[in-house]
Design a protein around this ligand. Structure first.
Ligand code: HEC
Ligand code: HEC
Length: 375
């Protein structure tokens, strides 16, 4: 095993591998960016995979990352919004994690979260709402669980040979490295784009053309290899990076463009009234297996999503969040609404289904190392 320590405790001779090889990025995709202070290594990835499935990483030992990020659902969780390890409900829908290393910003709506190393402290340490709940008061207790376990003693030593013992920073660096390996590039859509014209059937090809049409407008916000314009890779520079966020007309509380007060997207950070309802366009890879949809999981099916766009916004007739999203003053100019037949909507859904990558969903590299035939 490359870079691993041998039984005699001395490092094996290093074989120089490229980040593309270490991360397992196929030729079809660019290599994702990673911060210079945390270059990926096979040993960090291996540790990260174990930690991702490790319930002892939550204060009360009931939850792991995989509680809210389930491989069969492309690492979303099928819930409208999940609950953390102490039962507290989160306000946002769990995101799928394929190709997460390629977003220009992380999470549904944050313009300052640019690296996984910045984002992962949130689920690990947050106390309101609690996710894994590793707050300062229990940190040493949680770390002692790893220092006292022979498997983790070895995995931490291999991943971080320069110092002994588990730390929260090492946990974050390992999980970030593992997350960067979660690459999806083998859906029918990928095979079609690579030249296999039979990979999409006729309906899916019609749906792709509609998706990329000026009538449907989808491609303006969902394009490129991940079907989102929130994108960067190792060659993106400060001059070329963009940080897109849009208001989709899902809400128009009070007629002034507001979203429900507990989550107004980017506004919650910036407090700029124009930022109400701004969210990052998500990747649409594997979208057919990640229902329900949108930042709050408030749309159940892909058909309802496409109908929402066709209507040019959502009408909520009654209740505290009533309002006509179609007339929101803050809605993106690209959400105008369009005429579409039922058959055309079916075609777009068939296209979205062609983004499901079974190779990714079933890849043993990302599965729970503690069960089954994992390597
Ligand atoms: C209690 C459920 C829960 C747990 C536990 C959890 N997550 Fe998440 N995760 C979410 C939710 C919800 C979001 C969206 C957060 C937001 O937009 O504010 C998210 C977002 C993310 C993102 C950003 C995805 C993107 O598209 O930008 C990453 C990466 C991530 N989680 C990885 C992890 C890892 C690694 C762990 C374990 C340390 C973890 N999560 C634990 C629910 C959870
Ligand atoms: C103006 C930019 C924009 C356009 C145009 C657009 N989208 Fe979106 N899309 C977004 C944003 C932003 C979100 C997340 C909104 C939220 O959660 O509040 C989203 C969410 C989605 C989701 C939910 C994904 C998930 O994981 O929850 C789907 C599916 C989707 N869009 C498909 C489409 C289709 C199909 C079209 C064309 C009919 C389209 N989008 C047009 C920006 C856009």
């Amino acid at each position: 095993m490359r870079g691993r320590r041998r039984g005699n405790g001395r490092p094996a001779p290093q074989v120089e591998e490229t980040p593309r090889e270490v991360l397992g990025v196929p030729a079809r995709l660019e290599v994702p960016a990673f911060p210079s202070y945390n270059p990926p290594t096979r040993a960090k990835i291996e540790l990260g995979r174990h930690l991702f499935y490790e319930k002892r990483l939550s204060a009360n030992q009931t939850q792991s990352c995989a509680s809210c990020h389930v491989q069969e659902m492309a690492f979303a969780d099928g819930k409208r919004t999940p609950a953390g390890s102490t039962g507290q409900t989160l306000v946002r829908n769990s995101q799928g994690l394929q190709n997460v290393a390629y977003f220009s910003t992380l999470t549904w709506a944050h313009n300052g979260m640019l690296e996984l190393e910045d984002q992962l402290p949130v689920p690990i340490r947050n106390d309101n709402p609690v996710e894994l709940g590793v707050t300062d008061g229990v940190r040493e207790e949680v770390l002692a669980r790893f220092d006292g376990d022979p498997l983790y003693k070895r995995l931490f030593a291999e991943a971080f040979p320069e110092s002994d013992g588990a730390t929260v920073e090492k946990i974050i660096f390992a999980l970030a490295s593992f997350s960067r390996t979660m690459v999806s590039a083998d859906s029918p859509f990928d095979r079609y784009a690579a030249g296999d014209k039979s990979a999409l059937d006729e309906r899916q090809r019609r749906g792709l053309a509609l998706f990329n049409s000026e009538r449907f407008e989808c491609f303006h916000c969902h394009n490129g290899t991940n079907l989102t314009i929130s994108y960067r890779d190792e060659s993106t520079t400060p001059a070329t990076i963009t940080f897109p966020f849009f208001n989709n007309g899902l809400y128009n509380v009070g007629g002034d463009g507001s979203y429900p007060p507990h989550d107004q997207g980017l506004y919650n950070l910036t407090l700029d009234p124009d930022d109400r309802g701004l969210f990052r366009p998500p990747s649409l890879r594997n979208v057919a297996v990640t229902a329900p949809y949108m930042h709050d999981g408030s749309i159940e099916t892909l058909r309802e999503v496409v109908e929402h766009y066709a209507a040019g916004g959502r009408v909520i007739a009654t209740g505290p969040f009533a309002g006509d999203g179609r007339t929101s003053p803050l809605k993106s100019g690209l959400i105008r609404g369009f005429g579409a037949t039922d058959e055309e909507i079916d075609d777009v859904i068939a296209f979205l289904e062609s983004l499901t990558d079974r190779t990714f969903i079933e890849n043993p590299k990302f599965s729970n190392p503690f069960v089954g035939a994992g390597p």
